[in-house]
Design a protein around this ligand. Structure first.
Ligand SMILES: [Zn+2]
Length: 135
């Protein structure tokens, strides 16, 4: 008997497996965004980007925003929400802040995470952010 995983089947339209197609998808909703769970109407923050075993982008949600000095968000997360399960309410509800090295200032300053990356609180230089976390 031979087992075949659905994710390893080829999409005839593209010639790629479903797993390959899912792996090419990025998380459309950024970390720190406020989302609403369609089924319940509960609103939570995107605290982590993860992936299913077939590489489908998934989201871990928390009652706390992922920001510097606030570790509660990682303690009580609700895992495994797909993009069709949640709706974006606010893209940057609580922008994350982090103490990072600024290549422009050549010193460490508080940085805020925005849509384009980490912005230095001292000079305003924006360092491109990693698009995926928790990989
Ligand atoms: Zn700077």
């Amino acid at each position: 008997m031979r087992y075949i995983f659905i994710a390893d089947l080829t999409n005839p339209a593209t010639g790629k497996t479903w797993r390959e197609e899912n792996a090419a998808r990025t998380h459309a909703i950024p970390l720190g965004a406020l989302v609403e769970i369609f089924r319940t109407g509960v609103r939570l923050f995107v605290a982590r980007h993860t992936r299913d075993c077939d590489e489908t982008p998934l989201y871990s949600l928390s009652a706390y925003p992922p920001s510097d000095g606030n570790q509660e968000y990682s303690v009580a997360m609700y895992h495994g929400y797909a993009e069709q399960d949640i709706g974006l309410v606010l893209r940057e509800a609580h922008p994350a802040t982090e103490w990072r090295y600024c290549f422009n200032c050549q010193a460490s300053h508080t940085h805020k995470r925005g849509a384009r990356g980490w912005k230095c609180g001292n000079c305003g230089f924006t360092e491109p952010a990693d698009t995926e976390e928790g990989q």
